[in-house]
Structure formats: C-alpha cells, structure tokens
Design a binder for this molecule. Structure first.
Ligand code: HSE
Length: 439
C-alpha cells in the first residue's frame, strides 16, 4: 500500500501544515527555514511550511511566518488543499490532536507527530488507518526527543531480532535523580527546581510518576518486537519514593539510581516496565546526567548499542520531527512500526511476577539485638540470599536503617518476604524496595 510519497510528483515541494507552535513547533519552523538548502538537497525536493495553526496568532515566536496560511482551527489543516503532510505538535491522546491525525490520514495526508501519548494509546489503529489510506505516519520525536532511536531500531538495525531495550526516557526524572545524587537534596526540593526551570510539567505527575516514560516505552515495544502496543500491560513506577538516603546507600554499594524503561522479549512473552533502578557506577546509564536521555538496545547481530542525547527541548525534538519530514520528502518513509500494520502480532504480555533479578531493600527498624539476624533469617525462609548489607543506626531514636542487596531472586519471593517484614514488630516503616538492573 505504501508509499504514497511516490505520488508527490517529480520534484514538487513537500508542503507542510504545522499544528502547534509551542517550543517544538516554533523550533521546527526555524530548523526548516535555517537549513532549507541542505534539507532540499537531501530530500531531492523543497520542503515548505505552507500553513500553521496555533492559539495565539500575534505571539512573536522568533520565526518568519509571512506568507504562511494561519488557521485558527487546527482541524482545517486536515482538509487544507495545499497541505501534503500534517505535522501534529499539539500533544495529548484525545481531543484536537487525535481528531487532527485521524482526519488528516482519512483525507490522504501524511502525518508526522511528536505525540507519545497518542501513539502509545492509538498507534496500532492509526498505523492501520495510514496503511489503508496509503500515507505515512511517522513519530520519531515521540521517543527520546533528539535521539533517533525509532529509526535506528526500524532501519539501522533492521537485520536484528531484538531481545531487550532499556532507556532513560524522561529527562525530568533524570534531572531530579542526578541532582539528588550530586547534591544530597530531597526529591521535593529538586522537583520544585525542575518546575522552575520548565523541565517538569505542572502538575508533574506524567513525568515523575512514570507515565511519560511508559508511553515512550510502549512505542519501542511495538516497534522492536513487531507487536500491537498495549499500554495497560505495563508496570509503571515513578521516582517519588526515592529518598536522599537511598542515594547514599546506592553510592556505598557502588550503584547509581536511574529511572529506566525496560522491555524484553522471551519465548514466554513480552515484559515492559518502567521503574527506578540501581545501575552499576561503571555502567553507561550511570554517566547520563541532568535532562539527557539514553537508549540501549540488544539484537542478535549487533550485540548491543547505546546512544545518549537530548530527550527534550525545542531544537533537539525538532531535529527528529524534521528527520521524518525529510524521509517523507525523499520517498523513503518506512511503515510506522517497521512492518505493515496487519503484520503486527498480538503478544502475550507478562507482569512483574515473572521478573527476577537482584533487589535493594531498605528497612527502618528498632535498633535492638537480634533484629539483623531475624531479618536475614526471614529472608532465608523465603529463599532469598543476601549479597551485601549496610547498617546506619541513630542513637537518638534508637532506630536503624538496614540496607541490603539480594542475590538474583524471583519477584514473587521478594514480594512475599517484604509482606512478612512489614508485619515484623521491629519494623517502623514499610520496606523500601528498588530493583537492581542487569545492564
Ligand atoms: N517531559 C518530558 C521529559 C519531555 O521530561 O522528558 C519530553 O518528552
């Protein structure tokens, strides 16, 4: 069915309608204007912004939009006679963004989008609609901002059968965790700074509760494993519960804490999860600081490949948006998820009860004789072995923090042990658990 860009005759310009002129939309217009000659040489045709849509026409966005048709209604772009490709930079998985993408595709227009929530929730259906209409639906900017991870998986690594992907997919979480790590500050304090700097949304729930990373991970799962996306089969944990004390213990154990999205495929099925994890201090993920993102993919031919770069920001995200546009203009737009939509498989998705690995546990206990022996005994009763232990006693309160790293264990055993430890009369607070990543 694909690819209708063949229908863009000869070297006629590819004409864009850009919906949303926020940070990314304005940066997209600027990149296209600044690099016009380069882009048309690479694409073999000119790329022109012919129409835009935004809430405020009068706002100065630092780009020259003279001669561009300004539409008050974004949906007008879906039926605009001069637009070949709608670039959707509004965001959100419902409302105007979804209507615009659906209507543009139905009207035979190509769509480039940066909308992770929309693709995560409706990507399979939109990809099928695009195939039916014979248009392209591309969304590189939806995952890891400026890192071209989707193109890398879909095309650069097309030879590979993938087994695992892991990524730092949310810049706000990484900014908060790495500031806590460097400066010994608490979560709430750093979150307030992230909001002041404009990194975290207000409210910050989508970022710090893990949903932004989860949307991005669902897209990678679909693409890497050729399966239909399933957002409701995803384990999602954010970073609110990580305390300054966990950072200290992680450091003493030789680890850093990063918020990871991990998706794996085995014979049993696909497991996708986002959670804060211990990573070794010499792992590539430990070196990812501030708002940067990182991606790691394992394939049978390549072995593994790691990329680090800006996961957000106007120009970096525009870099990915414009890459999709250039591919489209050059007539090399690939199917959205690497295969024709009808080839996407229904996967068996596994939950975290199938997970196994090492675990960090932190217990706040009464500082009494025999407590540590009782803790390790109780863990042994649940078949859990302890690799390392640290203890930090507070004489004033007669309490202690016990931190330990387990051997490789099953999540079901860990959860049962945690439930038992929480009932122990020496436990002051519930046990705090962080998984140790094996990458
Ligand atoms: N809120 C996102 C982040 C922006 O912090 O990474 C990019 O999707």
């Amino acid at each position: 069915m694909l690819r209708a860009m063949i229908q863009i005759e000869g070297n006629k310009p590819l004409r864009l309608g850009i919906a949303g002129l926020g940070t990314v939309g304005a940066a997209t217009c600027k990149v296209i204007a600044d690099n016009q000659d380069l882009l048309s040489a690479r694409a073999g045709r000119a790329i022109e912004v012919v129409a835009v849509s935004a809430r405020d026409k009068s706002k100065d966005r630092g780009v020259d939009l003279s001669g561009v048709d300004f539409c008050d209604d974004a949906l007008a772009l879906a039926r605009h006679p001069d637009v070949d490709c709608v670039v959707e930079l509004i965001g959100g998985d419902a409302g105007v963004a979804r209507q615009l993408v659906e209507q543009a595709i139905a009207n035979g227009k190509h769509v480039v989008s940066a909308n992770k929530a929309l693709v995560a929730k409706h990507g399979a259906a939109l990809s099928a609609a695009a195939d039916t209409a014979g248009v392209a639906f591309l969304f590189e900017a939806a995952v890891a901002g400026g890192i071209p991870i989707l193109k890398t998986i879909r095309e650069g690594l097309a030879a590979n059968r993938f087994t695992q992907f892991a990524g730092i997919l949310n810049g706000t979480c990484n900014f908060i965790l790495t500031a806590m790590e460097r400066e010994g500050r608490d979560f709430d304090d750093v979150l307030a700074e992230a909001q002041e700097r404009g990194y975290a949304e207000t409210p910050p729930d989508l970022d710090v509760d893990g949903w932004d990373a989860a949307h991005k991970l669902a897209i990678v799962t679909g693409l890497a494993f050729g399966v239909k996306l399933k957002m409701d089969a995803m384990h999602v944990e954010g970073i609110r519960r990580i305390a300054a004390q966990d950072m200290q213990f992680a450091d003493e154990f030789g680890y850093r804490i990063r918020h990871l999205g991990i998706t794996k495929q085995s014979e049993a099925g696909v497991m996708q999860a986002v959670y804060p994890a211990f990573v070794k201090q010499d792992s590539a993920f430990a070196g990812v600081q501030r708002v940067l993102n990182a991606t790691y993919v394992e394939g049978d031919a390549i072995g593994s490949l790691f990329m680090m770069g800006p996961g957000a920001g106007g120009a970096a995200t525009a870099s990915s948006v414009v890459m999709d546009v250039v591919d489209l203009a050059a007539g090399r737009a690939a199917p959205s998820f690497g295969v024709a939509s009808e080839k996407l498989k229904e996967a068996a998705f596994l939950d975290m009860t199938s997970h196994s690995g090492a675990y960090y546990l932190r217990l706040h206990v009464k500082d009494e004789d025999g407590v540590l022996a009782d803790v390790t005994g109780l863990l042994r009763e649940h078949s859990i072995g302890v690799e390392r232990v640290l203890q930090d006693a507070d004489e004033a309160t007669q309490t202690a923090q016990i931190a330990l790293i387990t051997h490789l264990e099953k999540e079901v055993d860990i959860q049962a042990a945690i439930a038992a430890l929480n009932q122990a009369d020496y436990s002051i607070n519930d046990v705090h658990m962080v998984r140790v990543a094996a990458i």
